[in-house]
Write a protein that binds this ligand. Structure first.
Ligand code: UDP
Ligand code: MG
Length: 321
């Protein structure tokens, strides 16, 4: 039987912690009862340097349910993506499969069972995907959708309307641990792992209590981080603009020369206008060119795995599992 770890990052979640713990414990007991997961499956709360009583509550829950509730205390606030990674990497060595979910129960805990079923059906990664965003404010909905579209335009592979509610098998988390980059954007990184994946769909609810820990500033930072960690397209855009302006300077030259010969210009204007357009283009082109190299250095420096071998067939692998 596979041991499940539910990983929950928590930042100032004292209002929801007990409710979340209760709801997730019920899910675990139900799945254990149905013999879908191992008896010793557990919930791992990651305290992301909360300033309120979150950690005390996690300790209390652990005392009340020592086998079910585990906790990780980060020494300071490092943000959702890092807290989640810390939780996943800790859980990896203690379990066979992980499910990550937010503490506020906006994601439907009922679909965890469906995720586990898909896992037993051979999937290594199962994404929780929101059906619609009725409960989000108009602002959050439109900005989020614009974000997914922009990511797609920049060539970053993400799962539409999927946040960080997902199942990952032990070997998927192990592969993920080989991504050593510090600019974490999990939604872009997980699809790079490969393996068989699937989606489960659910309606996203309102927070059970407390306030969103993702104000606009953090959302914009996440969006920019997502693009800049995965795409060097903005650099190519500069290069493109440079080429375009050099081409345009030819048109400007023709126009300036015609004006010059028809004699309607102040002395010096023609050479000035030509230099401005041409040099502007050359400068952008040069910056874009240098940028291409920087983009390559950036990709190299990340040291991401270049491939992930799932299976090898040879003639002496009879003892393969
Ligand atoms: N979170 C975290 N560290 C932070 C901010 C948020 O661990 O610095 C956690 C938070 O406790 C929650 C999850 O990340 O479990 C998602 O945050 P939230 O629900 O506030 O975001 P929203 O759903 O509003 O986008
Ligand atoms: Mg939330």
């Amino acid at each position: 039987m596979d041991k499940l770890a539910i990983v929950v990052p928590c930042y100032n979640e004292e209002e929801v912690l007990k409710i979340a713990s209760q709801a997730l414990r019920e899910v675990l007991e139900d799945l254990i009862h149905k013999e879908k997961i191992a008896e010793d499956s557990f919930i791992l709360f990651v305290n992301d340097g909360s300033k309120d009583r979150t950690w005390e509550l996690i300790e209390e829950e652990h005392r009340a349910y020592p086998t079910r509730i585990c906790g990780v205390k980060l020494a300071g606030n490092v943000g959702h993506q890092f807290a989640l990674t810390a939780g996943l990497l800790t859980a990896k060595d203690m379990s066979d499969v992980t499910v990550s979910i937010d503490a506020d129960l906006q994601d439907d805990v009922a679909v965890i069972e469906e995720m586990i079923d898909k896992f037993h059906g051979g999937c290594d990664i199962v994404y929780g995907v929101r059906k619609e965003r009725k409960t989000d404010t108009f602002f959050k909905r439109t900005t989020a959708q614009a974000f997914y579209k922009l990511m797609a335009a920049m060539g970053v592979k993400t799962v539409y309307n999927h946040a960080d509610f997902r199942l990952m098998s032990k070997r998927a988390v192990e592969e993920f641990s080989k991504y050593k980059e510090t600019n974490l954007f999990l939604r872009g990184m997980i699809p790079l792992i490969g393996y068989q994946t699937d989606n489960v769909y659910y309606d996203r609810k309102e927070r059970v209590a407390g306030e969103s820990k993702y104000p606009l500033k953090k959302m914009l930072a996440l969006a920019f981080n997502g693009i800049s960690s995965f795409s060097v397209k903005p650099i190519s855009l500069i290069l493109g603009v440079g080429v375009f302006i050099i081409f345009f300077s030819i048109l400007a030259a023709i126009y300036a020369l015609i004006s010059y010969f028809t004699g309607h210009v102040v002395p010096g204007w023609t050479s000035l206008i030509l230099s401005i357009w041409f040099l502007g283009g050359v400068q952008l082109l040069a910056i874009g060119l240098v940028g291409q190299y920087i983009g390559k250095i950036y990709i190299e420096v990340k040291g991401r795995p270049r491939y992930n071998i799932e299976k090898v067939l040879t003639d002496d692998d009879d003892n393969e599992t």
